[in-house]
Design a protein around this ligand. Sequence first.
Ligand SMILES: *Cc1c(COP(=O)(O)O)cnc(C)c1O
Length: 424
Amino acid sequence: MSHASPPVRRVTDWDFDQLSALAAEHDTPLYVVDLDRVAANYERFAAAFPDAHVMYAAKAHTGRAVLETLLDAGADIECAARGELQRAIGAGADPDTLQYTAVNPPDADLDYAAELGAEHPGLTVTGGARDTFDRLEARGYDGRVAIRINPGIGTGHHEKVATGKDAKFGIPYDEVVELADDLRERFDLVGLHAHMGSGVLHDDLDDHCRAIGKVADLAREVTAETGVDLEFVDFGGGFGVPYREDEEPLDVETVGEKVREAVGELDAQIKLEPGRYVVADAELILTEVNTVKETPEATVVGVDASLATLIRPAMFDSYHPIANVSAPDRELEPVSVGGPCCTSADVFCTDRPIARPEREDLLAIGNAGAYGYELANQFHSQPRPAEVAVEGDETRVVRRRESMDDVTRVEREAPSAEEGDRRR
Ligand SMILES: *Cc1c(COP(=O)(O)O)cnc(C)c1O
């Protein structure tokens, strides 16, 4: 199988001839996802945790082709919203295997979960506030639940993802035993859950494992104090990938050993739910250079991708590798690459050495699989890009490019549009 897959795929490892052909056929900006790499990443991760139950956290990339690939590879799916549950089921997931992590869930999401759970008792709902459990009970839900814990330790690549120490997420550590004692009377309490942060690499691993150890301690305490035999303890996702060229990938075997060591003796099954790790390096964005402007301060390279295509640099100051697919061998020149949006946040890099871009060159922005298309938007009335999947020797469009018609449809179909142009 693909266990021999390399632990990291750099943007320069892609087949540039194939990328040029895809851009010529499908236009730019274009998302290109390698489904074989998605499957290989999942398999490598799961192999490093042989006794754990590894789910895929759908929110990193909910594209149907990705979900189908992971279901085929044997992954179960973790969802954090009603729409993700619906899309997982649409891609073929058995609802009895789904896990729904509810964060300040809107009524419609809980209505849906309660209905789904009534028909599919295998569904597990994870709550991180007492209100969520009360609201579930009010909907007649008495099925499987897990308690999301706030371990008080957050980890990851940016403070905006360090969920483990953010009061928004989970029940305060010291209140979990009491809540467990209450919930076991009202539901089928099957697990504890924690998600500490995202983008954890080697430097953060000790903190991450410390948080995992705290959660495992709490699981033992819950069982000792309340007598509940927990079926699982879920330590969330958060496993990072190297975005910078000089960063080393996680050695997942070592991570597997460290996690097991941090957990210690535990009767419950270990669950993990990586998102980013599975999809990040399996996708890139192709974008065309339309402007090269020399100024006293910088060489500014304008491209047709923007923060509407990939918002991570603007939102998290994220680094994404960029390669010149048309001319990888040109001499390196420090350039700033940005898109057509009228904000200074619309930059992919500043003064970064790239094989000197010229107008009409094709650039690849790497590691765009996680929270890439997922966070794409229509700022500046830009239709969202197409997505092409590569699988073996085949390529196929898995999301067509949006049109202006898609962008304006919700206005044209608004009830007031049908009343006529009263306001004009
Ligand atoms: C976002 C999220 C994940 C996945 O995080 P990654 O950093 O992408 O691995 C897993 N579990 C929960 C509950 C999440 O919210």
